[in-house]
Design a protein around this ligand. Structure first.
Ligand SMILES: *[C@@H]1O[C@H](CO)[C@@H](O)[C@H](O)[C@H]1NC(C)=O
Ligand SMILES: *[C@@H]1O[C@H](CO)[C@@H](O)[C@H](O)[C@H]1NC(C)=O
Ligand SMILES: *[C@@H]1O[C@H](CO)[C@@H](O)[C@H](O)[C@H]1NC(C)=O
Ligand SMILES: *[C@@H]1O[C@H](CO)[C@@H](O)[C@H](O)[C@H]1NC(C)=O
Ligand SMILES: *[C@@H]1O[C@H](CO)[C@@H](O)[C@H](O)[C@H]1NC(C)=O
Length: 635
C-alpha cells in the first residue's frame, strides 16, 4: 500500500513539472506514458467510474440514477451500447425514447459525469446474444466476432450509423466521452482473430479520428490478454474482489509496460441465473479492494454501479455445462439497487472515494417511494392455442420439418408449432427431442389439453397419448440467447425433428406470434370485454393468458409484482413487457414495476402469459419491497 501511495505522489509532482509551462484552452484527453496516467486538458487525471446501462432503465429514471452516481463521488460512468437494442430489424435503427442514446449522454454531461463508452459491437453484458442482433444468424455459417465477411459487413453498416452519432460527444469535440472501448473481453473468445480486431480499429479510427483514446478490456490472464489486445488499443484488465490487486495490475503491465493502471470492471456484485443461488458480494470487501486499487493510483470502473432490469426478452444466458438463462432482475447486488435506491454498499464506497478526491457536498438523494398496492384478481382470457387468430393474423407457415425462429424472422418470445398425431397412441408414447434441439422450452398439448414440457439440456423426453389426427401444439419459448463463450450462435425454436415413438413428426404449421404488438395495442381489453368468463374446466394447466386491473388510487409509485404460486411466464403492465417470472425456480420472486409506468387515475392493465399452470386463487400481489433471494424451490 505504501509503495502505491508513493506512486500517486510522484505522479502529482510530475504533473507540476509537466504542466507548469502549458498554455492550452484546447480540450484534450490522452495517455501520459511517461507518468503512467491519463491526461485531461494536459493535467493528470484519474477516473472513478461506475457502470450503468441505459437499456436496463426506463428513460424517465435516467437522470435520477445519474445524479445519485454523481453524488456518490464518481466522476465518470461506463456505458454499453447494445447493437440489437437499436437495430432490432436489419437496416432499421431506433434511437428514440428508451433507446435515445443522445439524450442519455446529454443527461450525463449535464450531471457532470464523463463517459467511458463501450459500443461493442459485441458487449456480453449478460444481455441477449451479448448485444449482437439475432438476424445475423440468418447466415447459417456465420462466424460471429471474426473477420467473417458477412459479419464484418453488418458491423460496418452499424458503425456507419452509430459512430458518427458518437463523434460530437467525444471529449475532444466538446462532449463527455473520454475513452472508447473496442469489442469486449475479446481474448475470452475462441476465434482470437487479429484481422477482426484490426478491422475494428480501422473503423473506429476512420469515424472517430486519431486523437481519441481507444482501449480493450480483458480477463486477467495472459491468454486472454494475448488474444484480446492490439497495438494502438490501450490494454486494460477486469477483476473482482477475489483477485490480488498487485498481481492483477502486474499482468496489465506485461501488456502495457507504461501508462495508467485500469480495472475496467471491478465487480461490486454478480448476476443470477434461474435455479441458482442468489449472488452477492460483501460491501466491506468491495470497499477494501477499491481502496487498495485507488491507493495504487489506478483508474477503476465499478461493474455494476446501477444494474437495472432485463425487461422484455433482453436477458442473456450462459452455456457452460448446460444452458442457464439470466433472471429478469439485473440488480447485481450493486451499490444502487435495481430500483435505483442507495444501499449500505454505496455509502461504504463513497467513504472510500472521499479519501482520494473531493466529493460533491450535500446529502445523497433518497430512495424513490415504494407502494404496496396489494392483491389484484386476474381472470382467464383463453389458452394460447385458441388465440392464434389474434396473435398470428397472417396464419401459419407450412413446412414438412420444423423451422427455427431465425428462419421465420421472429427473433424473440414465443412461436407455436402445430401438427397432428400420425397414428393412435393408446399407451403413453415417448415424445423425444433426440438431438437436444429444443431451444429453449417446449409446452406440449394434445387437442388443447396440456401434457407437459421439454427443456433444453435437461428434459428431452415426455409421454403422450391420443388418436390419429389429434392436434399436437408445441409452444416454444426463447429464454434469451447465450451471451458469452463459443456458443453464441444460439438459434431458437425447434432446431431438429421431434420423434414420437418410432415416427418423425412432420407436416408442421408454424405460427409466428406477435404477442407484444397485440398487447401494446390494448388487447385483451380492446376487445371490449370488461371481464372475461372463466371456463371452469382446464382453468389451471398449460399456456394461457390472464388479465386484471390495478385500480387507480391517486398513487403511481414504484412497486414489486409477486406472482406467488404461479409457475413460469411473462407479464405486461399497460402494454409494457416487464419480463419473465419463474418463482418456482427462483431465486427471483418479484418483478420491478417502475412507478411512471402506472397511472394514478386510470385502471392499470395487467396481462399474464402463464406457461405451465395458474394457481386457483388467480391473484397477483403488488408489494413494497423486492424479493430476489428465495431458495430455489419446487421445480
Ligand atoms: C423505438 O423504441 C422505443 C423505446 O423502446 C419504442 O417505444 C418505439 O416503439 C420504437 N420505435 C419503433 C419504430 O419501433
Ligand atoms: C457538456 O457539458 C459542458 C459543461 O456543462 C458544456 O460546455 C458542453 O457544451 C456540453 N457538451 C455537449 C456536447 O452538450
Ligand atoms: C498480493 O500479492 C502480492 C505479491 O504477490 C503479495 O505480496 C501480497 O501479500 C498479496 N496481497 C494479498 C492481500 O494477498
Ligand atoms: C440469500 O439467503 C440465504 C438464506 O437466507 C442466505 O444464506 C444468503 O446469504 C442470502 N444471499 C444473499 C446474496 O443475500
Ligand atoms: C413413459 O411411459 C412409460 C410406460 O408407461 C414409463 O415407463 C416411463 O417412465 C414414462 N416416461 C416418462 C418420461 O414419463
Amino acid at each position: 500500500m505504501a509503495a502505491g501511495f508513493k506512486l500517486l505522489v510522484s505522479v502529482n509532482i510530475a504533473f507540476l513539472t509537466v504542466c507548469g509551462n502549458l498554455v492550452s484552452g484546447q480540450r484534450s484527453f490522452s495517455i501520459d506514458y511517461k507518468n503512467n496516467c491519463f491526461l485531461r486538458d494536459e493535467k493528470p487525471f484519474r477516473y472513478i467510474s461506475g457502470s450503468i446501462h441505459y437499456s436496463r432503465i426506463p428513460q424517465y429514471y435516467w437522470q435520477d440514477r445519474l445524479v445519485k452516481m454523481y453524488m456518490a463521488g464518481l466522476n465518470a460512468i461506463q456505458v454499453y451500447v447494445p447493437w440489437n437494442f437499436h437495430e432490432t430489424v436489419q437496416g432499421v435503427y431506433n434511437f428514440t425514447s428508451d433507446r435515445d442514446l443522445d439524450r442519455f449522454l446529454d443527461l450525463a454531461n449535464k450531471t457532470g459525469l464523463l463517459v467511458i463508452l463501450r459500443p461493442g459491437p459485441y458487449i456480453c453484458a449478460e444481455w441477449e446474444m451479448g448485444g449482437l442482433p439475432a438476424w445475423l444468424l440468418q447466415k447459417p455459417n456465420i462466424i460471429l466476432r471474426s473477420a467473417d465477411t458477412d459479419y464484418l459487413q453488418a458491423v460496418s453498416n452499424w458503425f456507419g450509423v452509430l459512430l458518427p452519432k458518437i463523434k460530437p460527444w467525444l471529449y475532444i469535440n466538446g462532449g463527455n466521452v473520454i475513452t472508447v472501448q473496442v469489442e469486449n473481453e475479446y481474448g475470452s473468445y475462441f476465434a482470437c482473430d487479429y484481422d477482426y480486431l484490426r478491422h475494428l480499429r480501422a473503423l473506429f479510427r476512420s469515424f472517430l479520428g486519431d486523437a481519441v483514446v481507444l482501449f480493450t478490456t480483458d480477463g486477467n490472464t495472459d491468454k486472454e490478454l494475448a488474444c484480446g489486445t492490439l497495438e494502438g488499443l490501450y490494454a486494460t484488465v477486469d477483476f473482482g474482489t477475489n483477485d490480488n490487486v498487485t498481481e492483477a495490475f502486474r499482468r496489465q503491465r506485461r501488456f502495457e509496460p507504461r501508462g495508467p493502471l485500469v480495472n475496467s470492471e471491478f465487480y461490486t456484485g454478480w448476476l443470477d441465473h434461474w435455479g441458482d443461488r442468489h449472488a452477492g458480494v460483501d460491501a466491506l470487501k468491495v470497499s477494501r479492494v477499491l481502496g487498495e486499487m485507488l491507493t495504487a493510483g489506478a483508474n477503476v470502473n465499478m461493474y455494476m454501479f446501477e444494474g437495472g432490469t432485463n425487461f422484455g426478452y433482453w436477458n442473456g444466458a450462459d452455456h457452460d455445462t448446460r444452458f442457464r438463462s439470466v433472471v429478469t432482475s439485473y440488480d447485481y447486488d450493486a451499490p444502487l439497487s435495481e430500483a435505483g435506491d442507495p444501499t449500505e454498499k454505496l455509502l461504504a464506497i463513497r467513504d472510500v472515494i472521499k479519501q482520494f478526491q473531493d466529493i460533491p457536498l450535500g446529502p445523497m438523494p433518497p430512495a424513490t417511494p415504494k407502494f404496496a398496492y396489494g392483491f389484484v384478481k386476474l381472470t382467464k382470457v383463453g389458452d394460447i392455442s385458441s388465440l392464434l387468430n389474434t396473435f398470428s393474423p397472417l396464419g401459419p407457415v407450412e413446412s414438412p420439418y420444423p423451422l427455427m425462429f431465425e428462419e421465420m424472422k421472429q427473433y424473440y418470445g414465443f412461436m407455436l408449432y402445430r401438427t397432428t398425431l400420425p397414428r393412435d397412441l393408446s399407451q403413453p408414447t415417448p415424445l423425444i427431442s433426440p438431438l437436444n434441439g429444443i431451444h429453449d422450452r417446449a409446452y406440449v398439448s394434445v387437442n388443447g389439453v396440456f401434457r407437459g414440457l421439454l427443456e433444453r439440456d435437461t428434459v428431452l423426453v415426455m409421454n403422450i397419448t391420443g388418436q390419429q389426427g389429434d392436434t399436437v401444439d408445441v409452444l416454444i419459448e426463447n429464454m434469451g440467447r447465450v451471451n458469452f463463450g463459443s456458443k453464441i450462435n444460439d438459434y431458437k425454436g425447434l432446431l431438429s425433428n421431434l420423434i414420437l415413438g418410432a415416427d418423425v413428426l412432420t407436416g408442421w404449421r408454424i405460427y409466428s406470434l406477435d404477442i407484444d404488438g397485440v398487447i401494446a395495442a390494448g388487447w385483451p381489453h380492446s376487445e371490449g370485454a370488461e371481464s372475461f368468463p372463466t371456463p371452469q374446466d382446464q382453468l389451471t394447466r398449460g399456456p394461457a393468458f390472464y388479465t386484471g386491473t390495478l385500480q387507480p388510487n391517486g398513487i403511481a409509485w414504484d412497486t414489486f409484482l409477486k406472482l406467488e404460486d404461479w409457475v413460469k411466464g411473462q407479464v405486461w403492465i399497460n402494454g409494457m413487457n416487464l419480463g419473465r417470472y419463474w418463482p418456482a425456480r427462483g431465486p427471483q420472486q418479484t418483478l420491478y414495476v417502475p412507478g411512471p409506468l402506472l397511472s394514478a387515475t386510470m385502471p392499470n392493465i395487467i396481462t399474464v402469459l402463464e406457461l405451465e399452470g395458474a394457481p386457483a386463487h388467480l391473484r397477483a400481489l403488488f408489494m413494497g419491497q423486492p424479493q430476489l433471494n428465495a431458495t430455489a424451490g419446487k421445480s
